[in-house]
Design a protein around this ligand. Structure first.
Ligand code: SAH
Ligand code: SF4
Length: 430
């Protein structure tokens, strides 16, 4: 979502004459778009700011000015602290106010003193953003933001605010704008994307069916979904909408009922397994991705074993796993039974090794298969294109340049550590 937000900030600033630069060196403005989800990400902000301060000083030496802005969830959570520790920052803005960037920039250019805007405005920013500009053939489209679920480990409800769904008509208008610019794949985004509900009383399944009708849209994905919000119609969409990719990021976090309950996830292990079974019945080709946390407060060896067992039972093709990071203001950070770092580390290593085995086995099982791949960028070598398989694997192929931006039928021939190698198929896949 930060990638989407950054692109939209660029859209907002384009009418003022700003264009993206490749490096901060000599830039008129640098916006650091930040993440607060784990401590490590948040800490990086201050070291990055130290680096940017030097660029800012170099620019000042040439008689110019570099406006420095901090956006995103660290700005939301620690705005005052940023201004105290980094007084050279000109603008601090939260994830819900970037439609006001032009005013903030004007104010920063005029006045001494920093501008701080970390409000949760009543007006949704989406109503004020200009048309999205596409870059390439795959694009993100935010449909839902914020979260009311309050998992006990998570800062999102505090930094992104309450759940908000964009109206279906606005989503479809943005989908059409993007498709008209050559976008073939849309990833519908939300912190709880399947909690989306339009003004029209639609759920996400209905929205996906409508997006599938948009001219030019050949592939649809959505992320991140919550197991609690997976309704019948969305499951049915996996069976019925050919453009909907057979790949689903459905984070489970833990395989232990005790930990799932302490996390306030609102579902248990059995409910997750039932859901996976129903999804696979709807789309037998479905591959699953998940997030995991190791060392949540109170997690015992037995709880962790339950997680490993769940992973073995389900089988995941792509995963993000983290050790638990206590976040300020969240209930879990105050739980008395914090797990020692070395235990968290050891469990993470064990889990990641199992998950890597599963991903590798899946990649190898793809060899010989025919797949439709959206070729969305040139490769590093001449005559090579890179794309994504339906399961999000990067795929390299030697293919003519005119195929860039199209969905091509390929045969997978080999596996590299982080990608697949393919050759074009003579025949067209259905
Ligand atoms: N809404 C999504 C997740 C959004 S946050 C969901 O409910 O599944 C993205 C991921 O960051 C989470 O899935 C979780 O695995 C991880 N995460 C969030 N807070 C964390 C914390 N305090 N420590 C470690 N990982 C965390
Ligand atoms: Fe965070 Fe996701 Fe839980 Fe919301 S549902 S609190 S975003 S982990």
């Amino acid at each position: 979502m930060n990638v989407y937000d950054s692109a939209r900030m660029a859209d907002v600033l384009a009418p003022l004459g700003y264009a993206s630069a490749d490096s901060p060196e000599g830039a008129d403005m640098v916006i650091l778009n930040t993440c607060h989800i784990r401590e490590k990400a948040a800490e990086k902000v201050f070291s990055e700011l130290g680096r940017l301060k030097r660029h800012q000083a170099a620019k000042a030496l040439t008689g110019g000015r570099m406006i420095l802005a901090v956006a995103g969830c660290v700005a939301q959570a620690e705005g005052e602290e940023i201004l105290r520790r980094a007084p050279f920052v000109d603008i601090v803005l939260g994830p819900q106010t970037y439609h006001r960037l032009p005013e903030m920039v004007a104010q920063a250019a005029r006045a001494g003193g920093a501008v701080l805007d970390t409000e949760f405005p009543v007006e949704p920013k989406f109503d004020f953003l200009p048309d999205a500009r596409a870059e390439g053939s795959s694009a993100f489209l935010s449909v839902q933001e914020g979260c009311d679920k309050f998992c006990t480990f998570c800062v999102v409800p505090y930094t992104r605010g309450a759940e908000y769904s964009r109206p279906g008509s606005a989503v479809l208008a943005e989908a059409r704008t993007l498709a008209a610019q050559g976008v073939r794949e849309l990833t519908l985004l939300g912190q709880n994307v399947n909690g989306w509900h339009g003004d029209e009383g639609w759920g996400l399944g209905r929205l996906i069916r409508a997006v599938a009708e948009v001219d030019g849209v050949e592939r649809i994905r959505y992320t991140t979904s919550h197991p609690r919000d997976m309704d019948d119609d969305l499951i049915a969409a996996h069976a019925e909408v050919p453009q909907l990719m057979p790949f689903l990021h459905l984070p489970v976090q833990s395989g232990s009922d005790r930990i799932l309950s302490a996390m306030n996830r609102g579902h248990d292990r059995a409910a997750y397994l039932r859901l996976v079974e129903r999804l696979k019945r709807a789309q037998p080709d479905l591959a699953l991705a998940s997030d995991f946390i190791t060392g949540f407060p109170g997690e015992t060896d037995a709880d962790f074993t339950d997680t490993l067992a769940l992973v073995r039972e389900v089988g995941f093709v792509q995963t993000y796993s983290f050790k638990y990071s206590p976040r300020p203001g969240t209930p879990a950070a105050l739980m008395p039974n914090q797990v020692p770092e070395d235990v968290k580390d050891a469990r993470l290593a064990e889990l990641q090794s199992l998950l890597l085995d599963q991903t590798t086995a899946f990649n190898h099982a793809c060899v010989g298969r025919e797949m439709r791949v959206l070729l969305d960028r040139p490769g590093r070598h001449a005559g090579q294109l890179v794309g994504r398989s339906p399961y999000m694997q990067p795929v390299h192929v030697k293919a003519a340049a005119h195929l860039l931006g199209t969905v091509a039928a390929l045969r997978i021939v080999s596996v590299h550590p982080n990608s697949l190698e393919a050759v074009p198929l003579e025949t067209t896949l259905p």
